[in-house]
Design a binder for this molecule. Sequence first.
Ligand SMILES: NC(=O)c1ccc[n+]([C@@H]2O[C@H](COP(=O)([O-])OP(=O)(O)OC[C@H]3O[C@@H](n4cnc5c(N)ncnc54)[C@H](OP(=O)(O)O)[C@@H]3O)[C@@H](O)[C@H]2O)c1
Length: 304
Amino acid sequence: MIKSVLITGANAGLGKEAARQLAQQPGIEKIYLGCRNRDKARLVQSELEKLSGKRIFEIVLIDVSNLDSVRNAVAQLPACIDALIMNAGGTGGKHFNEKNSEGVTQIFAVNLLGHAVLTEELLKANKLKYVALYAGSEAARGVKEMGMKRPDLKTSSIEEFVSIGDGSFYGDTHDATIPYGPIKYMAALWISSMARKHPKIRFITMSPGATTGTEGFNTLSPLKQFFMKSMMQAMLLLGKVHRVETGAQRYIDGLFNDTYKSGSFYASQKGLTGPLGEQGLIFADINNENFQDNAYQAIQRFIK
Ligand SMILES: NC(=O)c1ccc[n+]([C@@H]2O[C@H](COP(=O)([O-])OP(=O)(O)OC[C@H]3O[C@@H](n4cnc5c(N)ncnc54)[C@H](OP(=O)(O)O)[C@@H]3O)[C@@H](O)[C@H]2O)c1
């Protein structure tokens, strides 16, 4: 029975909506709002309390791009959690391609490295009981509609995954949508590797699908922002994008419905919305255990 959940990036977009929906689930006693900014977190905490009529939201300060902050958050977490939603992420801010002290790009740190360390630290401290859900993306298999190519890995070796982490895989770019897909792809492989290493925890990657009403594109360059937002508006009109309630509902389903199998990556079967499909059945490389373990090993190289 899931009674307590930690959500990273809970002050906006899908994370905040997931917190709102979770509060309506029977049996939920505690929702930890993992946020990097205390003021934003307090505002959201009181908004969620008003909306739900429940005082079950507790703030956990965590900047997932900073490993000290991640470790500190685990130490500060007052109790063990039943489930984790690794939602913080997106395009990595204005300096997405700059490397940090671990030698990874900001966009890699926020989408993957921080969550890898968070999960490992929770497990080491015996503070995670049942489910770990990662916010994946259809970008992991490329998104034609938005001009995002399918990640083109040559060997899927540890070295190649290291190059996704340090940014050399895609080189010097000003477009955050270029590294985003390969990072989300690697994250899905990492989740599958973790599932085999920790069979008592259900590890899944769940894409929320193309979702409007979030702040996801706000730190892209003005031109790219204009392009992506116009594209989303057009796609909403065409019914090819859904609202934040629907995107967040996928997280909730992933947590509570254990027919979503550990180690699997679920995303829209076709396009960016609609019924979910297991991606490993569509793209065999997702289920390649060597690739999964190489992704895991590459992440370990960056953890001191
Ligand atoms: N929206 C979509 O269409 C879509 C599709 C597929 C996958 N996703 C994935 O879904 C997740 C949520 O996306 P969204 O659209 O809801 O984005 P969003 O509205 O931009 O929300 C992102 C959240 O992550 C937080 N965050 C960013 N960097 C952080 C850090 N270093 N430490 C802690 N928190 C941090 C943000 O906090 P601040 O307010 O402090 O910046 C915010 O709360 C992302 O992982 C994204 O890749 C989204």
